[in-house]
Design a protein around this ligand. Structure first.
Ligand code: AHR
Length: 338
């Protein structure tokens, strides 16, 4: 049976060079002439399957489901032993999952943090165990950047700027905007807001008059839009900026139920680029979607392989993305993969 000490030693060997294992060793002692040679340190078997723990946020949106599918499919295609955990939007569940991955002695841990803050203690435990951490999709806010090897994901601030640039162009720089924010405290909600606010500075007549979280879900996006439309400012709204497509799709329903034409009476720009958003554009109900690529499986496991082989990897890996307008939707939908 493997002892905890053996497991720890094996984890240290598998750890990335960038991510030095912190286990302290005793200073070397001169060997006694009669001492037997020390047993060789355990080496990972060449054909041993890689074990990777992945702590997913949940299944709140089409984007997230496509992201999960990409990770699972890629792990299966590469014969990786993936231990997958769904945190159902709760940071405490993600932390529990990460601790259990450590106990199981995985070769690497990857996760998409639901919120930015509060990760330091658990990441220190992972570092202590010598297991490399790869962030996907969202980043963590930690002062010690050595707590993770790399962050693979989109530039959310840039996505917000792209949405603002599109809206400025499409409205001749004049709009009264209702904003649907993502999960409070999450990197995409913080950064997409920041990028959009930065982008509309170029258009002094674009104003955000309502802003609230719709938690990245369709149901909440609909509910919040209903309250926007019923509010005293409701009649002034000419545009909707949604931090993801799912909330925009919920908003479309609310706008229709209020007797208005989504995409016409209220221009809508959102982020993700999921198939349902393209369908809404083809139907003339959504005006623009800024792409955010969820298909991170191949990049994630390329990175895991490099890290375990102790090859250097970039601290930040940004995914490439585009912007799609209504006029491009019918053609683009033919090749959408998610
Ligand atoms: O972190 C990416 C965001 O999370 C996506 O834009 C959203 O749809 C998802 O839930």
């Amino acid at each position: 049976m493997l002892t905890r000490r053996t497991l720890l030693a094996a984890s240290c060997i598998a750890a990335v060079s960038l991510f030095a294992c912190e286990r302290k060793t005793e200073p070397a002692q001169p060997a006694a002439p009669t001492a037997k040679p020390a047993p060789a340190a355990p080496q990972p078997a060449k054909d041993k399957k890689l074990r990777v723990g992945f702590a997913q946020i949940g299944a709140e949106s089409d984007w997230r489901r496509a992201n999960t599918e990409s990770i699972k499919a890629e792990a299966a295609a590469r014969g990786i032993d993936l231990i997958f955990s769904d945190a159902q939007q709760k940071q405490e569940n993600q932390i529990k999952a990460i601790r259990s991955f450590v106990q199981q002695g995985v070769d690497a841990i990857a996760f998409a943090p639901v919120v930015e803050t509060g990760w330091e203690p658990v990441l220190k435990e992972v570092k202590q165990a010598g297991i490399p951490v790869i962030l996907t999709d969202r980043v963590v806010d930690v002062s010690d950047k050595s707590l993770y090897v790399t962050f693979i994901g989109a530039d959310f601030v840039e996505e917000g700027r792209r949405a603002a640039a599109w809206l400025g162009k499409a409205t001749d720089g004049k709009a009264m905007v209702a904003e649907l924010q993502g999960t409070p405290g999450s990197a995409p909600a913080i950064d997409r807001k920041k990028g959009f606010e930065e982008g509309i500075k170029a258009f002094p007549q674009i104003k955000i008059i309502k802003s609230q979280s719709g938690e990245f879900t369709r149901a909440k996006g609909k509910e919040v839009t209903e309250t926007f439309l019923k509010s005293p400012e409701g009649k002034q709204i000419t545009a909707l900026y949604s931090h993801n497509d799912d909330m925009a799709l919920g908003a479309i329903q609310a706008i229709e139920e209020a007797g208005l034409k989504p995409g016409v009476d209220i221009k809508i720009v959102s982020i993700d680029g999921v198939r349902a958003a393209f369908e809404a554009m083809v139907a003339g109900k959504l005006n623009c979607t800024v792409e955010c690529n969820p298909l991170l499986g191949p990049q994630l496991f390329d990175t895991v392989a490099a890290v375990v082989a102790k090859k250097p990897v970039d601290k930040r890996i940004v995914t490439k993305e585009s912007v799609f307008e209504q006029s491009q939707a019918a053609e683009a939908i033919k090749t959408r993969k998610y």
